[in-house]
Write a protein that binds this ligand. Structure first.
Ligand SMILES: Nc1ncnc2c1ncn2[C@@H]1O[C@H](COP(=O)(O)OP(=O)(O)O)[C@@H](O)[C@H]1O
Ligand SMILES: Cc1ncc(COP(=O)(O)O)c(N)n1
Length: 281
């Protein structure tokens, strides 16, 4: 009999279009053979064309969801996505401070703006987001998010991504992955990893598609899904990026909605790209 799969938690907002947020995260967990649990921070009225409304879950009810879950279920790793408000960030920070034993690995995707350009984080929540950095295992900002956290201009080259990763570590983040999807330009999508051991460039082929809705969510939840199996966040990130490239390739076959379509979180990609057999789990 196979051992039970790892258990991952997503703390994020709902995206009814199914590409990003809780829906995309749970699909990612399943695609990677990990059992998914979820705590909702917010509801969005959202399609591939944008966000028309945000309904924030009261912070004390976010805390109630977290406490009730971890009192019962042993979570192996968590991913944090849309936190929406300063009060929710402060609540999640207090939870991680008190219950660090309950969530051994935490990947923070500091969601601020959707691919379609809608604001997903209150303006007064940027400073609380900075305060959260020492409480997480890995932060995965895209280029615009790294710039907002550092109150700097968005990077336009690798040297600036490197300098910003160093600055984010100085704010207390143990590991930083600055994602280079927004840099565009060449045949590669290159992300910059920085931890105590130094820098790694994670490079994958750039897929020519407009269907990138949910890439950041899929990457951070794939890292949380894979970390318990690999035992290394860097190795989990490498494998997550390989899997994500496949979901971007498959996105054109999906192509739903009239805006930038979602990535396709489909299970077979993982088997195709990594030759991972059920019996290996
Ligand atoms: N067109 C693409 N082809 C391949 N990989 C991509 C593409 N766009 C983004 N990525 C990768 O997807 C991940 C998410 O990147 P990014 O788009 O920068 O973040 P976000 O989705 O949070 O805005 C990164 O690993 C990045 O390199
Ligand atoms: C609920 C929710 N969470 C996160 C994102 C960001 O995803 P993306 O930047 O890929 O649109 C989103 N659009 N909706």
């Amino acid at each position: 009999m196979n051992p039970r799969p790892p258990i991952a938690l997503t703390i994020a907002g709902s995206d009814p279009s199914g590409g990003a947020g809780i829906q995309g995260d749970l699909k990612t967990f399943s695609a990677l053979g990990t059992y998914g649990t979820a705590v909702l921070t917010s509801l969005t009225a959202q399609s591939t064309q944008g966000v028309t409304g945000v309904h924030v879950v009261p912070a004390d009810f976010v805390r109630a969801q977290l406490d009730t879950l971890v009192d019962d279920v042993a979570v192996d790793a968590a991913k944090i996505g849309m936190l929406a408000s300063a009060a929710t960030i402060e609540t999640v920070l207090a939870f991680l401070d008190k219950r660090s034993d309950a969530v051994p690995v935490v990947v923070l995707d500091p969601v601020m703006v959707s691919t379609a350009g809608s604001r997903l984080l209150a303006e007064d929540a940027v400073e609380p987001m900075r305060q959260l950095l020492p409480y997480v295992s890995l932060i995965t900002p895209n280029v615009p998010e790294a710039a907002v956290l550092l109150d700097a201009d968005p990077a336009e080259d690798l040297d600036t991504m490197r300098a910003q990763a160093i600055a984010l570590r100085e704010l207390g983040a143990a590991r930083v992955l600055v994602k280079g999807g927004h840099l565009g330009g060449d045949a590669h999508a290159t992300d910059l990893w920085l931890d105590d051991a130094g820098e790694q460039l994670l490079t994958g082929p750039r897929v020519a598609t407009v269907n990138t809705h949910g890439t950041g969510c899929a990457l951070s939840s794939a890292i949380a899904a894979l970390a318990p199996r690999t035992g290394s966040l860097l190795e989990a990130t490498r494998q997550a990026k390989t899997w994500l490239t496949g979901t971007l390739r498959a996105a054109d076959a999906l192509h739903i909605g009239h805006g930038p379509g979602p990535v396709h979180h489909c299970h077979d990609i993982w088997k195709d790209e990594n030759d991972w057999k059920d019996s290996d789990r």
